[in-house]
Design a protein around this ligand. Structure first.
Ligand code: GNR
Ligand code: NI
Length: 171
């Protein structure tokens, strides 16, 4: 098991569209375990492979209080969306930024698990929001892209300055 470095917005690699997984092998299982460890350590409720610079269609999610309900989605697709809700979102790739995003309230998802079995899941609440947020990552989309251009530019400036400051401090 190992902790993986998380890409930070505005890294252009966050906009790469992830490819379908055709074969679930030991490498995929290891990446899934490392992604779960990285998500729990962050701590976060979800993590997409894109965020750890692997451009394949896999996400891990655990929205439970006890952090004991890990879900792994391989090649996930949203079959149906209904309703609308607004919630405050954050992202491990956009540290310190929390903004309201409008999403579908309920989703039906189809995916494969690590055993290669296809499953379907109906989700609402935080799980539905997290699924939509993670599937966006696989399509190269970060939640700040739902915000105004002005807000996006301010977030870019803030995060770019943070990196520059950090580089200066450790240099
Ligand atoms: O940890 C996370 N919390 C969160 C809160 C509200 C909406 C979405 C999320 S996902 C985020 C982890 C992350 O960045 N996943 O891509
Ligand atoms: Ni995110």
């Amino acid at each position: 098991m190992s902790l993986l470095p998380i890409l930070r917005y505005p890294d252009p690699r966050l906009h790469i569209k992830a490819k379908q997984i055709t074969h679930i092998d030991a490498g995929i299982r290891q990446l899934a375990a490392d992604m779960a460890e990285t998500m729990y350590a962050a701590p976060g409720i979800g993590l997409a492979a894109t965020q750890v610079d692997h451009h394949i269609r896999m996400v891990v999610i655990d929205v439970s209080e006890e952090k004991n309900q890990l879900l792994t989605f391989i090649n996930p697709e949203i079959l149906e969306r209904s309703g609308e809700c607004q919630g405050e979102e954050g992202c491990l790739s956009v540290p310190g930024v929390y903004e309201t995003v409008t999403r579908a309230e309920q989703v039906r998802v189809r995916a494969q698990n690590l055993a290669g079995e296809t499953f379907e899941l109906a989700a609402d609440g935080l799980l539905a929001i997290c699924i939509q947020h993670e599937l966006d990552h696989l399509d190269g989309k970060v939640f700040v892209e739902y915000l105004s251009r002005l807000k996006q530019d301010r977030i870019k400036t803030k995060l770019t300055k943070q990196v520059k400051h950090h580089e200066r401090v450790i240099a």
